[in-house]
Design a protein around this ligand. Structure first.
Ligand code: AGP
Length: 611
């Protein structure tokens, strides 16, 4: 998620752009830049690293006369976090500057077309392609706004894009498609930004742009048009009562809650550019893996939540991908001298890409001659750089220490990898129903989350006095049981154990009593009878049970428990993507109800860079 700000008004633009970018720093970034009008020309200044590097450069550039400009902090998705990839990007010839948040899925196809027309590119980004495309369309269009719209109609994917061009001095264009963008309307000045904090000290009067809308800003005046045909669009101005902190969290109480609730978009972004449509239907496209052979055996290595994601993905990698798959906790893997063969591959999973044990496991695998696939969220991280190939989850910065949306994106990508290997072993898609179910996840999740939040909050109040908790699950839900227990432990400091349901009889059941409730994950229809009998064993010993189940044919399954949490019916794999946020929300509300520091739990670091 990049930070975007544009300004047109009566004051020097550059100081306002920098101030706004500072207020968007919480979104995470690895480079930054601004573009502003210098007479009839564009001045672009950008720098890798933090805003201080950009500010240092700007001290040497006269910029106080410009009253229109655009600014950007970049969270890299395409192209490493280096200066040449920082925004703003220019069209061929430099007459148009744009900044962008999102992913242009068909950028390679557009780039090839522009290269064939003699365009030359300075960066590896999809954004620069869009800038060149606008410049190319300008040659045929009646005016700049028309060129902007024509180019955007050809761009597929998610974008919040802002444009500045001296052809129309003092004017800024902005457009959004599946990425946040809004205007802040001041007195004689208008801001456009990806997030309210960017301009909150100057105005609380906000116009929210919708998908398929283009805004034109000139001084204190603004107007909005439809991308489709440039017809005028009526917009209302809303007053935003938030303070700065609330605004950074999009109005949520904590970053964790914000990140749980944005999982539908996270899945969408993770899928972006990775599913193609052909006459024979949808197929998974993972270019990063095309250069590697299909592994004879895969070893997944990770820590914490990333390990739980890997455990969840193993079943799919074997059954759908046809790849025999092992799994190791990184801190164990690196010291047990594993027997690895050169034809084996190691898949390391790490949100931060900096976890010391996982990085050590990667290095050990490479010493043993194995190819390593990295599955990371942070571009340019150590693991991303040292892996033979890296697949990015594209989840955006995860601010809360407790990992939530990262696991959701890791599971999504693991499902795609399983489908990808299944495809490579046979021409047709290995499991078209699964792929359709994965594609439908954003809508499924968006529809279910609001009710889940209410249920989780109510349950949290009733169970927050527990001193210990069991989480039980079988198959893919064993992984989610481990994750549910981890979340409750690290957020509320309540002891919790994730267990394979079938293991209860082998000792743990001795612990069951009314003060030791059990969260039973009973969503797998095939294994439901088994989990039901495990639940009955707990009930027979006066254990309290919360059963997480899914509807079947419109009805809740037949279970006599204290609390039945019924989720919507879904594809067997998609059901995991409903169960995960349910567990996350339960732990979140227990911790919040107990007054814990939800975003920064005691003793924890966001990235464990030491052993
Ligand atoms: C999860 O909520 C924890 N923050 C922790 O277990 C985390 O998943 C683990 O440290 C691995 O981090 P990574 O994904 O960045 O490697």
């Amino acid at each position: 998620m990049c930070g975007i700000i544009g300004y047109s008004g009566h004051r020097p633009a550059v100081p306002l752009l920098l101030e706004g970018l500072h207020r968007l720093e919480y979104r995470g970034y690895d480079s930054a830049g601004v573009a502003f009008e210098q007479g009839a020309h564009l001045q672009v200044v950008k720098a890798a690293g933090k805003l201080a590097a950009l500010e240092e450069k700007l001290e040497k550039v006269p910029c106080m006369l410009a009253t229109a400009g655009i600014g950007h902090t970049r969270w890299a998705t395409h192209g490493l976090p280096v200066e040449r990839n920082a925004h703003p990007h220019l069209s061929q010839g430099g007459g148009i500057a744009i900044i962008h948040n999102g992913i242009i899925e068909n950028f390679q196809e557009l780039k090839d077309e522009l290269l064939a027309r003699g365009h030359t590119f300075l960066s590896d980004t999809d954004t620069e392609v869009l800038a060149h495309l606008i410049g190319e369309e300008r040659r045929m269009a009646d005016n700049l706004g028309d060129a902007f719209a024509r180019a955007l109609r050809r761009a597929h994917g998610a974008y919040a894009v802002v444009m500045l061009a001296p052809e129309e001095l003092g004017v800024i264009y902005a457009a959004r498609m599946a990425a946040p963008l809004l205007m802040g309307v001041g007195t004689g000045e208008v801001f456009v930004a990806s997030d309210i904090p960017a301009f909150l000290p100057y105005t609380r009067e906000v116009v929210f742009l919708e998908d398929g809308e283009i805004a034109r800003i000139e001084g204190g005046r603004w107007s909005v048009f439809s991308l489709a045909d440039l017809s005028p669009v009526e917009k209302t101005v809303s007053h935003v009562p938030w303070d700065m902190q609330a605004a950074a969290k999009d109005g949520y109480r904590h970053f964790m809650l914000k990140e749980i609730m944005e999982q539908p978009r996270v899945i969408q972004d993770c899928l972006s550019g990775r599913i193609t449509e052909s006459a024979s239907g949808h197929r998974v496209c993972l270019r990063e893996l095309d250069g590697l052979p299909v592994p004879e055996r895969l070893h997944i290595v990770a820590c914490g939540t990333s390990y739980n994601a890997g455990l969840w993905g193993r079943q799919l990698l074997e059954h759908t991908g046809g790849i025999p798959t092992d799994l190791d906790i990184a801190s164990e893997f690196r010291y047990r001298d594993p027997l690895l063969r050169p034809q084996d591959m190691v898949l390391v999973i790490s949100q931060s890409g900096e976890t010391a044990d996982t990085l050590a496991a990667l290095r050990l695998a490479r010493e043993k001659g194995c190819k390593v696939i990295g599955l990371c969220n942070v571009l340019g991280s150590s693991i991303a750089r040292e892996a033979d190939v890296v697949l990015y989850t594209q989840a955006g910065p995860e601010i809360s220490v407790a990992s939530t949306k990262a696991m959701c994106s890791q599971m999504t990508l693991l499902a795609l990898i399983a489908l990808y290997y299944g495809q490579r072993r046979q021409p047709a898609c290995a499991d078209p129903e699964l792929l359709e179910a994965i594609m439908g996840l954003p809508v499924l999740l968006a529809g279910a989350l609001p009710a889940m939040r209410q249920k989780a909050e109510a349950l949290a109040v009733r169970f927050s006095s527990a001193r210990s908790f069991f989480y039980l699950g079988r198959g893919q839900y064993y992984a989610l049981a481990l994750e549910g227990a981890l979340k409750l432990k690290e957020l509320s400091y309540i002891h919790a154990e994730g267990y394979a349901s079938g293991e209860m009889k082998h000792g743990p059941i001795a612990l069951i009593d009314p003060a030791f409730p059990t969260f039973a994950l009973a969503l797998d229809n095939a294994l439901f009878p088994k989990v039901k009998s495990n639940i009955q064993e707990v009930l027979a010993r006066q254990g309290r049970v919360i059963a997480l189940v899914q509807e079947r044919d419109g009805k809740a399954p037949d279970l006599e428990v204290e609390e039945m949490w019924v989720l919507p019916e879904a594809h067997p794999v998609a059901a995991s993507f409903l169960a995960l946020p349910a567990l996350q929300l339960f732990s979140y509300h227990v911790a919040d109800y107990l007054g814990k520091d939800v975003d920064q739990p005691r003793n924890l670091a966001k990235s464990v860079t030491v052993e």
